[in-house]
Design a protein around this ligand. Sequence first.
Ligand code: SF4
Ligand code: SF4
Length: 365
Amino acid sequence: MSQPILYAPMAYARYEASQTLPEKFTRLLKRSGLADRVKGKHVAIKMHVGSGVSYSTIPPVFVRKLVDFVQSHGGKPFITDHYVAGRHPEQRGYTEHNLGCPILEGCGHLGKYFYAKPVDYKTFRHVDIAGLIHDADVLINFSHVKGHGSCGFGGACKNIAMGCVTDRTRHEIHGLEGGLVWDADKCTHCGKCITACNHDANSFSKPGKDGVYEVNYHHCTLCQHCVKICPTGAITLDSHNYTDFQTGMALCTKTVLDTFAPEDIYHINVLTAITALCDCWGMTTPSLVPDIGIMAGPDIVAVERASLDAIRIEDLIPVGVPQGRALSGSGHLFQQLHGKDPFVQLDKLEEAGLGSQDYKLVTVK
Ligand code: SF4
Ligand code: SF4
């Protein structure tokens, strides 16, 4: 059976505030069923508070709408993310005064408050669930959708798998990535691959002939500049399409969501300022496509699928792609940009039993 996804579109017919996305968001929330679930409950609103000079995370006006809605129905909301203090959310307008509720570090101020759950997938062993998220009664997964260098795109799954856990878990998932393969026998240590990288993602472990090529996959976009510039073919791209990383993301997401009753989870994807890279880069590049709107529902797979389907290569805004970068020409826009099939993440979520990619849009006018 198709999962209904509430969809508040950007498109408008008249010059009226009621036609704009914040007002449609309010109407979407009224139809969400959340009003009946939050009374007397501690409600964790998980979002990305951005960092640096980014201005593409969910605008405060939408966060305030959600907080007001939860409070008006008797809920006790709090905003949560990781690295909150270091990210200075106040610089992007995220303050308790503006949003109407506290903004809390999910793992506590010292980052040591978590619940460890075992998993067993290759080298991935620990899902350390942020304590405040684990302890909450209701989870509203409030995600900004954008591209992501490691998994093609970041939305609801990424907001949980990378955002509701500790550094140990993030590192274990990133450890599944694979990606670039370096052949020491072919390397002449000319250094061209290092200067070709625009993301400070690669380095040698030490100067001289004994240095080992290392890649920080949190920063690497798999642009392949290093692959292409290497005069000896010492760097190649492996071919497993990051399936392990996306499998790890899905397993982590399932482990976090399993701590809640299904009716106490709700996913809201905000499709505005859809940029090439994750919000954690601390910057905002031009949008890849026009703003789309908001998708929401209790089925994370359906929400993600509806979001991906709405981001179409036909709507590409060329300035959103870095100058000089050619798209590959086949597959989803994010696949053409990052070299990874974003639908693999959805397949893994579906295999984990978290929902269905079969959805139908219910437009909120
Ligand atoms: S460009 Fe190739 S040969 Fe030169 S340092 Fe990098 S990997 Fe080695
Ligand atoms: S693929 Fe691109 S981002 Fe990654 S290390 Fe090579 S040059 Fe840097």
